[in-house]
Ligand binder design. Structure first.
Ligand SMILES: [Zn+2]
Ligand SMILES: [Zn+2]
Length: 449
């Protein structure tokens, strides 16, 4: 079954009813668009392959109707499967410069760099793909150049939010602009497909710009070396931490492959302030303790990552001593609590002082997803006729749908991967429309799970 000229369809193959491995399809007039193509990770100790993604069989079977793949931002759950699945999709890929810098490295690892047509779209840019007219919209999230997509067709318009928050001081990149989204309401938005990650959390997320003072206080008061664990993809947080180092008489260095990759991508996309200097990590070990501020991967307790090697004192560039401080500027992802607690115990046993968010009365971490007040704001700006919560477990999506109703959105549809959301000509759903499943990636091979 293919969408006709009067049809406008949304079909999630991954990321609906779960957080991770996003893969969305939009169908109109015989064509499909894919939005995002990400991975998810098995919990530590699981028997399945660690890297998993949605099975694209549904669209692979009609590859000739797939007009393109659009990437909203460079997080693994949105971009991580492109290199694994591109040979099944074989379509052009549209993305911002920062996302492209991240993707090129992955494609090179798969020997695909020369094969995949990458098209750079300027943030806030415009794109015409067959019957789809796509307006890219700047918003704020925890990685740079994150975009929402207004997908316009003859049958109606859909706002695909991607991941977002309302941040008026995002440190890197422009703040979110209310008028950009309020203007959509005037044109008329049929459906809004929206991030549900924090829909159970009341209030408003913390701004990236509000983290500097607290992190600076901690670094200034720490007697020895300071190591901060955070997600490598958060360039704003890196920016803040390198600024903190400069203001507290420390040299900043970066430990861990993913942090280095993201920092390099930020430089390539001209998002890194050249005045913020990061020294070579191999120099950190030669500095006096009170002059060190290292930024490290592994804030989820991942074995083999920089923090875990520091805890085991096997890191080639830095050795922690009693009296040094490790600060966690990250939230623990559900499922990683035990691994993280074990890591922190190992650090404490070495006499390292461990600081995390809950022991403080000021913030040192900010989520990249909208809490309830932000969802209500966005619904009131865009005024869609239909809300479609995605990017959440069922309880997050139900909370998002409820909030949409309270914010004046007349209808909401909640479903799961494989359900067809028929938005035009007559709104309705067909459950279990497409076959869905997962593929696992292990040692160069994809297998059905
Ligand atoms: Zn995401
Ligand atoms: Zn994200």
């Amino acid at each position: 079954m293919t969408p006709g000229h009067a049809d406008l369809w949304f079909l999630p193959l991954g990321g609906c009813g779960e957080i991770g491995m996003n893969m969305n399809l939009y169908g109109h007039d015989g064509q499909w668009l894919m939005v995002d193509c990400g991975v998810t990770f098995a919990q530590p100790g699981a028997v399945e392959p660690h890297v998993q993604m949605a099975d694209p069989s549904f669209i692979e079977a009609q590859q000739e109707n797939l007009s393109g793949l659009l990437i909203t931002h460079a997080h693994e759950d949105h971009i991580g499967a492109v290199a694994h699945l591109w040979s099944q999709l074989r379509c052009p890929v549209y993305l911002t410069e920062f996302s492209a810098a991240i993707l090129r490295r992955k494609l090179a690892e798969h020997d695909l760099l020369d094969q995949v047509p990458l098209h750079i779209v300027a943030p806030g840019g415009h794109l015409q793909l067959g019957g789809f007219d796509i307006q890219w919209l700047n918003l704020t999230h925890s990685t740079p150049q994150s975009q929402a997509l207004l997908i316009q067709t003859q049958a109606g318009s859909i706002l695909h939010t991607g991941d977002w928050k309302i941040d008026l001081d995002p440190v890197v990149g422009p703040p979110i602009i209310r008028a950009d989204f309020a203007a959509l309401a005037e044109e008329g938005v049929l459906a809004m497909v929206c991030d549900s990650t924090n829909a159970l959390n009341p209030g408003h997320s913390i701004s990236e710009g509000d983290l500097f003072e607290g992190l600076k206080t901690l670094a200034a008061d720490a007697p020895g070396r300071v190591v901060v664990g955070c997600f490598g993809s958060n360039i704003a947080r890196l920016h803040t931490l390198v600024s903190v180092a400069a203001e507290t008489g420390r040299y900043a260095g970066v430990l861990g492959r993913s942090l280095n990759n993201y920092l390099q991508a930020a430089r390539q996309a001209r998002l890194w302030d050249k005045k913020l200097s990061v020294i070579d990590a191999s120099h950190l070990g030669y500095l006096p303790a009170e002059e060190v501020l290292a930024i490290a991967t592994g804030s989820q307790g991942e074995s083999g990552a920089a923090l875990s090697r520091l805890a085991a004192d096997t890191h080639p560039d830095l050795s922690l001593q009693p009296g040094d401080t490790v600060i966690l500027s990250a939230r623990v992802i559900p499922g990683n609590e035990i691994a993280l607690a074990a890591l922190l115990d190992r650090l404490r046993n070495r006499g390292v002082h461990v600081v995390s968010d809950e022991s403080l009365n000021f913030p040192i971490h900010a989520s990249g997803h909208p809490c309830q007040d932000e969802l209500a704001d966005m619904y009131s700006w865009v005024k869609p006729k239909i809300a479609i919560p995605v990017h959440g477990e069922p309880q997050h999506m139900a909370a998002n749908a409820q909030l949409a109703g309270r914010s004046g959105v007349p209808r909401s549809f909640t479903g799961e991967n494989g359900d067809l959301f028929m938005l035009a000509p007559v709104p309705g759903m067909r459950r279990g429309f497409a076959g869905v499943g997962r593929l696992g990636y292990d040692r160069g091979r994809l297998t059905k799970i």
